[in-house]
Design a binder for this molecule. Structure first.
Ligand code: TXA
Ligand code: MG
Length: 338
């Protein structure tokens, strides 16, 4: 693990990491969303080793990170006007665009599909790394498949120790949730994963976006997205409004539980442990909540609780990405108190 400055990454350290990538190794690095597990996107074997390190099913394509829109264009066979406008406004930043791929990209990156997801990361470390490496970097989140993403270098090691050649520790990632994934190959463009760039932000630039299936606040994209994902080891149960009553009921049954308690303050973060409950206060500001969420889940996972109960934030568009991750973190078929 190497410490690296988050604001002004040391060129020598970035150079070392770029070398590891060019030689076919794996480097974990901070982005503005979560930590990524990177490999040379043009090196079949290197990308293959990402799947092995994560235990990731090979039918799940990987996002390719590049230094700028010009580099993204080289990876796609069509660069529509919409891509140009979104790239201008949101790159570098937490938006992934899915476009028809160039045949030169190894099939392992795109799960042998006809499209590729591309994004220009905003974090100075990630951006310096793609620039120094001079190659596109394939990078999923740096966690074991289906587990909670890493927002610190410690989280990366927790899941991937011994499976990564180099971990760049640039401190906690500021955003805390993964990028928004938008499919520009369908018309209207289709949201594949809500994220830090909201649907409203997108629609202001390119007009209507399809949010498959359900109304915006409660969308689910495809059956595949119902899989348990972003999940702690212990069961997680989300409760609309406040879980206070449910928590009390579980305590009466003698359970030891973790509780992500939504508080009407922008700050949050206080943690207290008493009477069988480890309670973490979660801020009711979306950005602050997102930044805190995965660290709170990792923390409760380690606290030895039998179950995690979460006060679900309101069914509003601004909370779409948070609610999406919480829903997918929940055990399928877990008891949901009404
Ligand atoms: O913020 C992020 O996006 C982070 C950082 C490291 O960039 N990366 C990340 O990667 O979250 P990953 O692999 O954990 O999630 C990428 C998601 C997956 O759900 C994958 O199926 C989808 O994006 N995806 C990637 N390429 C795609 C493609 N060509 N078509 C459809 N979905 C794609
Ligand atoms: Mg992931």
């Amino acid at each position: 693990m190497r410490r690296v400055s988050a604001d002004r990454p040391e060129p020598a350290i970035i150079g070392e990491a770029a070398d590891v990538l060019r030689r076919g190794g794996l480097v974990a690095f901070p982005t503005e969303t979560v930590y990524g597990l990177g490999a040379n996107a043009l090196d079949d074997a290197a990308v293959q080793s990402i799947f092995e390190a994560k235990g990731r099913p090979t039918n799940n394509p990987i996002i390719v990170h590049v230094a700028d829109a010009a580099a993204a264009r080289e990876l796609v066979s069509n660069w529509p006007e919409r891509a140009e406008r979104l790239a201008e406004l949101f790159w570098p930043g937490p938006l992934t665009l899915v476009l028809p791929r160039q045949p030169s990209i190894p099939g392992v990156v795109t799960a042998r599909g006809p499209t590729v997801g591309v994004r220009v990361p905003a974090h100075p470390v990630a951006l310096a790394l793609v620039k120094a490496a001079g190659i596109p970097i394939a990078a999923p989140s740096a966690n074991r498949s289906a587990r909670v993403s890493a927002t610190t270098a410690e989280h990366v090691l927790r899941g991937l120790k011994g499976r990564v050649d180099l971990v760049l520790d640039g401190g906690p990632t500021p955003g805390g949730l993964e990028s928004t994934v938008l499919d520009l190959t369908s018309n209207p463009p289709r949201l594949l994963r809500p994220g830090l760039v909201s649907v409203d932000d997108l629609e202001a630039v390119i007009g209507p976006v399809e949010v498959a299936g359900l109304p915006k606040g409660e969308q689910l994209r495809s059956p595949g997205m119902l899989e348990r994902h972003y999940a702690p080891r212990v069961a997680l149960v989300g409760v609309e409004g406040s879980a206070e009553g449910y928590v009390a009921q579980l305590l009466k049954d003698g359970k030891r539980i973790g509780w992500l308690r939504l508080i009407r303050k922008a700050e949050g973060g206080r943690r207290k442990a008493e009477h069988g409950v480890v309670e973490i206060e979660m801020p009711d500001d979306v950005a602050a909540y997102s930044a805190r969420l995965y660290a709170a889940l990792h923390e409760l996972d380690d606290a030895g609780v039998g179950c995690i109960v979460v006060d679900l934030p309101p069914q509003q568009d601004q909370w779409m990405a948070v609610r999406d991750r919480l829903r997918r973190a929940a055990h399928d078929g877990s008891p949901r108190p009404s």
